[in-house]
Design a protein around this ligand. Structure first.
Ligand SMILES: Cc1cc2nc3c(=O)[nH]c(=O)nc-3n(C[C@H](O)[C@H](O)[C@H](O)COP(=O)(O)O)c2cc1C
Length: 185
């Protein structure tokens, strides 16, 4: 379990990247609430470079997104209720130049989303393990758009459904102390 002596929101401690989901599909309303939280993330020049693609279980798009994942990720994502592809626009819209902070801003939006999802009892698990070219082709992304991660989203499932190896790494993982991340003060 995670522990802290600091006064932070409980969602930071309770959320974790699950590899098992229940069969319950989150409502569209709940998923929109999660994306609404992302809407209010800060971004360079208020560019809001984030874009989202939703693949709901049972649809062709869900199956195709699943196929772009690495073998290891595919193994635990068959039953994932919703895939959320997080995309960042790599060029500013108002001025014609590269946005070097696009992925940073998408990361902020992702942070907001995770905590809102946790508040709703919904789990999120980011994956970099996917074929970026395949997903660009699938979603017909223009060159300035980069699919950065695929997120698996749904209600937390029963760890008994996991392989022995995955059961061992299931649950909230601890972190190093903040003192070990502060270089100088
Ligand atoms: C950018 C990013 C990429 C990740 N890629 C994968 C992945 O491809 N497969 C996977 O199982 N987990 C992936 N993870 C999940 C991390 O392993 C996980 O967040 C980390 O071990 C901390 O655990 P926690 O999220 O449960 O606190 C990724 C997480 C992030 C933020």
């Amino acid at each position: 379990m995670r522990k802290t002596d600091r006064n932070i929101m409980s969602e930071f401690l309770t959320r974790y990247s699950t590899r098992t989901f229940s069969n319950q599909i989150p409502s569209r309303e709940n998923v929109l609430d999660i994306l609404e939280a992302a809407r209010f993330a800060p971004s360079s020049g208020n560019e809001q470079p984030w874009r989202f693609v939703l693949g709901w279980k049972g649809t062709e798009l869900h199956r195709h997104i699943l196929e772009t994942l690495t073998e290891k990720n595919q193994a635990w994502n068959e039953g994932t209720p919703v895939f959320l592809v997080l995309i960042a626009k790599q060029r500013f819209t108002r001025v014609d130049r590269e946005n070097h902070w696009a992925n940073f801003d998408l990361g902020s939006a992702w942070g907001f989303m995770q905590i809102q999802a946790q508040r709703l009892g919904i789990a999120t698990h980011a994956m970099a393990g996917f074929d970026a070219e395949a997903i660009s082709r699938l979603l017909e992304l223009k060159e300035e758009f980069q699919a950065v991660v695929v997120v698996a989203l749904g209600y937390y499932g029963d760890p008994a459904n996991l392989s022995e190896k995955d059961q061992l790494r299931h649950g909230p993982k601890d972190r190093r102390l903040v003192e070990d991340s502060i270089w100088t003060e």
